[in-house]
Design a protein around this ligand. Structure first.
Ligand SMILES: Cc1cc2nc3c(=O)[nH]c(=O)nc-3n(C[C@H](O)[C@H](O)[C@H](O)COP(=O)(O)OP(=O)(O)OC[C@H]3O[C@@H](n4cnc5c(N)ncnc54)[C@H](O)[C@@H]3O)c2cc1C
Length: 411
């Protein structure tokens, strides 16, 4: 067991930090004050990330995927600097499916994907189906070679600026299916929601009204195309699909539902989001404790301030270790990733709220002022305990995994 990053991972982290501090950090305050990014602003931001090899086209994925933990490092660092941008990039993950989509869709969308101009979203939540997503009412009824989709999704990250939506719906047999909906081909309407934190990140509702989606956009068909190597053939760029197919991620498909696999990765990532924001608050607090003078000495000399820093550090380190371990399990295709990713998400997101709360306390009045970043760290951390399963739901998932399915508390 190795708790250290290797040389390549350290270099990746350093170079990404340099990029974030130089190119991205200066954009944060103005955009957060302005509110949700427009589509043009979102694309311009995504183009900046593409320059450092971050995107969902095969070339970027190959670069990033050569060390899957490298992606985790990017996630944690990005949340340290700008959670709204992390949501934009991270929740665009369904655009990766374009690489394996039916030929016509691939040809139409690939240039935009390669230019990092394609924005994706993942839509499961509905007004009446939040934690209990089995209450979902959106339907996708097969009619010849198309599905007809009807329903409303809410709280969808990137929804208002999305080009593509990975939609979860019930088919004509009441079975859950995943459809990749291309807005150009299968138009849907959206609206914006305004929220406490991640203010620059677009979040909203999506409305499907007799929306016609080609049958081939069913995700399971795309995955089977990828596993059979047809995806590589048609893209013709020599991607090692057989290697991908053998990877833990693909082998998980035999043991977990696609939804639980997506959640294992999302929840480990949300754990790292927590440790990223917590790290930012801790770094700012250490600096402030060294510089702020009261009673003739730096406040860092007071034992109660040191205790606060101790707690902040302990929560941050624990969050990081749990999250990386959960992610490694997901990468290895270990079904225990379900338990560990819920543990990591629940723990680290609650921990980020505590750490940023203490960060504000340590900064005194300046912690509440928007001249310092602490109030934003706190608002951004507070967002983490709801999406991808609330903290309560993570506890129930862990309880079920520990006790057995007969003890499910949320059936
Ligand atoms: C910023 C943000 C971004 C999001 N992005 C996306 C996205 O991209 N795609 C998407 O599909 N969804 C997204 N969501 C939706 C998110 O997943 C849901 O908000 C979440 O699952 C909770 O559902 P809810 O808000 O309806 O709350 P509810 O499910 O109504 O929960 C209300 C309260 O009841 C508690 N509760 C519910 N059931 C139980 C139970 N069995 N036992 C104990 N307590 C319980 C909850 O923990 C919570 O405290 C996002 C949400 C937010 C806030």
């Amino acid at each position: 067991m190795d708790f250290e990053f290797d040389e390549n991972q350290r270099m990746l982290r350093e170079s990404f930090r340099e990029f974030l501090d130089k190119e991205i950090g200066p954009l944060v305050d103005a955009q957060e004050k302005k509110g949700p990014m427009t589509k043009e602003e979102a694309i311009s931001l995504m183009r900046r990330f593409r320059k450092v090899g971050i995107g969902f086209d095969l070339e970027s994925m190959r670069e990033m995927g050569s060390d899957p933990l490298g992606i985790a490092i990017l996630v944690e660092e990005l949340f340290r600097v700008w959670p709204s941008a992390a949501g934009l990039l991270g929740l665009s993950f369904p655009t990766a499916l374009v690489n394996f989509a039916p030929v016509e869709m691939r040809e139409r969308l690939m240039p935009k994907l390669e230019a990092n101009e394609l924005i994706g979203c993942y839509a499961i939540t509905e007004p009446e189906a939040g934690s209990d997503n089995r209450a979902m009412r959106t339907t996708a009824v097969l009619d010849g070679d198309h599905y007809t989709v009807n329903g409303t999704k809410t709280w969808i990250t990137n929804g208002p600026v999305s080009d593509l939506c990975l939609l979860v719906a019930n088919d004509q047999n009441g079975q859950r299916i995943f459809l990749l909906v291309d807005k150009e081909e299968s138009p849907y309407e959206t609206s914006e929601l305004h929220k406490l934190g991640w203010r620059a990140g677009p979040t909203g509702e999506i409305f499907f009204s007799d929306c016609r989606v080609p049958k081939g956009n069913n995700m399971m068909e795309m995955v089977s195309s990828m596993l059979s190597g047809r995806g590589a053939e048609v893209t013709g760029d020599g991607v090692d699909m057989a290697g991908l197919a053998k990877s833990g991620f693909m082998s998980m498909l035999g043991r977990m539902s696609p939804e639980n696999i997506i959640f294992a990765f999302l929840r480990s990532g949300m754990g790292l989001a927590g440790s990223g924001i917590a790290q930012a608050a801790l770094d700012a607090s250490i600096k402030f404790a060294q510089e702020r003078m009261q009673f003739g000495r730096p406040i860092g000399k007071f034992q109660l301030i040191q205790e606060m820093l101790y707690n902040m550090k302990a929560l941050t380190v624990t969050s990081r270790l749990l999250s990386y371990q959960a992610l490694q399990m997901a990468i290895n295709g270990n079904p225990e990733a379900r338990l560990m990713s819920s543990l990591a998400k629940g723990y680290a997101c609650d921990a980020a709220v505590k750490v940023t709360y203490d960060g504000i306390q340590l900064h005194g009045g300046m912690g509440l002022s928007d001249e310092y970043p602490l109030e934003r760290y706190f608002r951004d951390a507070r967002m983490l305990t709801i999406p991808d399963g609330t903290s309560e739901i993570q506890k129930l998932v862990v309880g079920r995994e520990l006790l057995g399915s007969g003890f499910t508390a949320y059936a």
